[in-house]
Design a protein around this ligand. Sequence first.
Ligand code: ADP
Ligand code: MG
Ligand code: MG
Length: 251
Amino acid sequence: MSTLEIRNLHVTVETPEGTKEILKGVDLTINSGETHAIMGPNGSGKSTLAYSIAGHPKYEITEGSVTLDGEDVLEMSVDERAKAGLFLAMQYPVEVPGVSVSNFLRTAKTAIDGEAPKLRTWVKDVKGAMENLRMDPAFGERGVNEGFSGGEKKRHEILQMELLQPKISILDETDSGLDVDALRIVSEGVNRAKDNTGLGIMLITHYTRILNYIRPDYVHVFVNGRVAEEGGPELAERLEAEGYDRYLASA
Ligand code: ADP
Ligand code: MG
Ligand code: MG
């Protein structure tokens, strides 16, 4: 059982116009086995929350805390965050040209576990995970994110997640740019990880579509760098019908 706890998180970025506060006191707790949907209009700070937890150097934490099972995440290096059990799938994944997917996966697994995976089971695990995600085995020999389509990037992220077996996963707009078939396959991967390992999930999304496949236990509406409203799955249904106008009028 793991807990990611975000308390009163304030985050700024440097812009040409000066320092800008993007997150203005975010509180959020995610336990193992729970799926939390973070929804909200464009520019409300959803990705900033993901990047801040990931340790992206552009985002300065000016107040508040992030802990994983009581350990201070903000004091950890990016590698240490992954080792501690945090997984972050970014809205815009980076290319790692010259490093093949299979090498990348094995290196990441070795770094996170502190020892190389047993070759025979590892090869079988990778093959099985790729089959589950309907990925061509040849994909393993391609450079990481090099020339990947939007759908391939998302599948690659979920492949990583299934193999690295994190405790808490942050998925930023994993639904963007996916057709219905790819969305279903990717969602099945997320649900499998949840069922198999009790993964806790922060699912960031602008649209309610993915929530038809990955059922959230909690929904948090993000507006202007804060959680404006929280509820259960019924809140997503209301957003589907009403959109974000109501929040924006009062923001
Ligand atoms: P969302 O993911 O909800 O669409 P973001 O977190 O991407 O929102 O952005 C929130 C606000 O912060 C936006 O106004 C955006 O322009 C600004 N912002 C985010 N990152 C940066 C950055 N690195 N430099 C300048 N402004 C940024
Ligand atoms: Mg505050
Ligand atoms: Mg975003």
